[in-house]
Design a protein around this ligand. Structure first.
Ligand SMILES: [Zn+2]
Length: 285
């Protein structure tokens, strides 16, 4: 089968977690399945990664051929489970130095850790991943929660505040079947996508500022054909329970704003755990 014939499948795992695969190469971005209750987070209690849930999701996703676990920033809802997915699938853990310190805290072998910096491109099978400098959304009362870096190995259980931000990346994923941008946190830098296009944007929407400005600077700037919103589910509720919208995601307001641009891009809402064939189907629509 030629490269162009390959289908890229995407499964959303809730939050900014996605599994992307072309059948030969699998990439997990920001997988978070431990899902602690809101009081545990805000009371600063210790968080123990749920290795059983990691095992179950690896099976459910068919993620055994996963080459890499990629982390867009080091907050607990992006990074806490990543090392355990890497250990479970024998994959690389790729991210900022802060993310790698979470891997070290999980006793990952140093050769399975890959640090990336802004502007860097890495190749995984037929995928090319470019790490673009981004900004975290003003998620909590107008402030970025848990700023700073993780400067030494972080062994769980630790409270949410110890999962400090580190660098924030958006990830441009190029493949012969098409291009995808994973924009996991709802901040941006004006002009960050100058000269970049993407068929599909996976857009984190919780904790954004002005919706219209966000759409202008991310999906519209990228000339995207398909917008898939992510990180709008209430991640203080276990994944086994029925999905609820995170109140601070202002989901209806987002949908109304996005609908004004329906001449530019389509909108696809995925269910958690639903596998969708996204490319090349959406490449030239
Ligand atoms: Zn975050």
């Amino acid at each position: 089968m030629g490269q162009q014939d390959k289908t890229i499948n995407l499964t959303w795992m809730g939050t900014a977690g996605v599994f992307i695969s072309d059948g030969d190469t699998g990439i997990l971005i920001d997988p978070y399945v431990s899902r602690f209750g809101i009081f545990k987070i805000f009371l600063g209690l210790n968080l123990q990664p749920n290795k059983e849930a990691v095992k179950m999701w690896t099976k459910r996703l068919g993620a055994n051929k996963t080459q890499a676990i990629v982390v867009s920033h080091s907050h607990f809802d992006h990074c806490l489970d990543a090392s355990y997915f890497a250990l479970e699938t024998d994959a690389l853990l790729i991210g900022s130095e802060s993310t790698l310190n979470v891997g070290r805290g999980a006793s990952m072998a140093e050769e399975r850790l890959k640090a990336v910096t802004c502007g860097q491109t890495i190749t995984l099978g037929e995928f090319k991943l470019k790490f673009i400098e981004s900004r975290h959304g003003p998620a909590f009362l107008g402030r970025v929660p848990y700023p700073g870096i993780i400067d030494k190995p972080l062994a769980p259980p630790r409270p949410a505040r110890d999962y400090k931000l580190g660098k924030t990346f958006s990830i441009l994923i190029s493949h012969p079947a098409g291009t995808i941008v994973h924009h996991g946190s709802a901040g941006y830098m004006p002009g960050m996508y100058d000269g970049v296009t993407a068929d599909i944007v996976l857009l984190g929407i919780a904790g954004r500022g002005d919706t219209e400005a966000y759409l202008k600077n991310v999906p519209l700037a990228l000339g995207t054909k398909l917008l898939i919103p992510i990180h709008f589910d209430n991640f203080f509720i276990p994944l086994e329970k029925k999905m609820k919208i995170l109140p601070t995601a202002h989901f209806k307001e987002f949908l109304t704003a996005a609908d004004r641009h329906r001449a530019s891009f389509a909108l696809k809402i995925l269910s958690i755990g639903e596998k969708a064939a996204i490319l090349p189907a959406w490449k030239n629509e």
